[in-house]
Ligand binder design. Structure first.
Ligand code: PLP
Length: 428
């Protein structure tokens, strides 16, 4: 089905056939959901041994009673695990609460209200603060900026990471741009792994940006590989050291999609000066993290090797779901001009692009047929996808059978919306 070369008669015939296919889907009263970027219950069960694992032994590797207050920076062994995930030294990492997003919010608040280099450096001192957001991206990052009144500027994602030329040009002429969001491995939602060259260019941004610039390096999917030969991500801090920009990058990760989501351990990694500034605010808000939970995690996943083995079990569960989505997309759209997608080797999403102006229609059609998709626009700041074409598909929660059923509907909706758009264009 190649819309460009279709005659009006062909389009009408396709529309009728697809409308009847769509009607059949609607009559099945399905209730399927491809919106949730969270682990399935089978994945969560992989970590159920956390419950009761301490068996009365609350002492950490270096003799700390995890039940008591204190240890603001987290247990040493948990910090080491975070350091291994982020490619840092233990001293550069804090192991804190249950959510990396909270740490991003806190770090952003430190920069905005207090300043990482003293009160004069607080972003709020300038009339406007701007942040660069590669798109499509993660809606909750946008939420952090919006909550603090930070203006968002978009740049496109490419196959090697965000459009670096655009970012460098923006930073060179606007010192009010104070940061950049990055999900460097298996980007949410495109699945992109930043190339080494991109990582190095990001490490050098501190040399051209205005004072107080920080890259928020959200490595949420650092160990979430689906392939046994995953692409590796270059360690950004090594480049920062080389270019003398170690304060310009703040890194994040968590065990949310490794053990129990929202009940894990989150990590923040950064230079010693950044840690000092962060701790001033963090220590005002807490007497210490949940070290008992950190200890539970360390008994389940005592080292990085154990963690990687654990992640292979995750991959075995979710890989067939991703494969199912990709097979449907391949069969339906590989040889026509109705849609494009990025196929991920890890992470939690597949990013699909309809023809311009159709994402909202597709999401609405699918909803009517009982398949819930992430709202169109959610992957862009302020919920506005200027091309109305990106749809984020999250296949981890439904079973393979449900993914299969949902994708049949999805494919029909994309085709139907596309043919109707072409018919409308012909009629004008
Ligand atoms: N960062 C990214 C890119 C995510 O996709 C998610 C969750 O989906 C999070 C952070 C949230 O992580 P946490 O549960 O550690 O707050």
């Amino acid at each position: 089905m190649e819309l460009q070369n279709a005659t009006p008669e062909q389009l009408t015939q396709w529309e009728q056939a697809l409308a009847s296919e769509y009607e059949q889907h609607c009559q099945q009263n399905m209730r399927l959901d491809l919106t949730r970027g969270k682990p399935s219950s089978e994945q969560l069960s992989l970590a159920d041994a956390l419950d009761g694992i301490l068996k009365g032994n609350y002492t950490s590797a270096n003799g700390i009673d995890a039940r008591n207050y204190g240890g603001l920076e987290g247990l040493a062994e948990a910090r080491q695990l975070g350091a291994d995930i982020l490619g840092l030294e233990m001293e550069q990492v804090l192991a804190l609460g249950n959510s990396s997003l909270s740490l991003m919010f806190l770090a952003m608040s430190v920069a905005y209200h207090h300043g990482f280099n003293g009160p004069e450096s607080a972003w709020k001192n300038q009339p406007v603060t701007k942040f660069i957001c590669p798109v499509p991206g993660y809606d909750r990052h946008y939420g952090v900026c919006e909550t603090l009144g930070i203006e968002m500027i978009t740049v496109a994602m490419t196959e090697t990471g965000p459009d670096m030329e655009a970012i460098e040009a923006l930073l060179a002429c606007d010192p009010t741009i104070k940061g950049l969001w990055c999900v460097p491995k298996y980007s949410n939602p495109t699945g992109t792994v930043y190339s080494d060259a991109t990582v190095e260019r990001i490490a050098k941004l501190g040399l051209i940006a205005g004072e107080g610039f920080r890259v928020f390096w959200d490595n949420a999917y650092a160990v979430h590989d689906l392939s046994t030969t995953p692409k590796s991500l270059a360690p950004i801090m090594a480049y920062c050291q080389q270019h003398n920009t170690i304060d310009s990058v703040i890194q994040f990760a968590s065990t949310s999609k490794i053990t129990h989501a929202g009940a894990g351990v989150a990590f923040i990694g950064m230079s010693a000066d950044n840690i000092r500034a962060f701790n001033k605010v963090w220590s005002a808000s807490s007497i210490g993290p949940d070290k008992v939970n950190q200890l539970r995690h360390m008994r389940l996943l005592p080292n990085y090797e154990a963690l990687l083995q654990h992640m292979q079990k995750h991959a075995q569960i979710i890989k067939p779901r991703f494969q199912c989505v990709l097979e449907h997309l391949e069969n339906a759209f590989a040889t026509n001009d109705l849609g494009q997608w990025e196929s991920a080797d890890g992470g939690y999403f597949i990013s699909f692009h309809t023809r311009k102006g159709l994402a909202k229609d597709v999401v609405a059609l699918a909803a009517q047929a009982g398949v819930k998709l992430t709202p169109a626009g959610a992957t862009f700041p302020y919920g506005r996808d200027p091309e109305d074409s990106n749809i984020r598909i999250a296949p981890t929660v439904p079973t393979v059978e449900d993914v299969d059923a949902a994708m049949k509907v999805f494919v029909t909706c994309v085709k139907l919306a596309s043919v109707r758009q072409a018919l409308k264009a012909n009629a004008q």
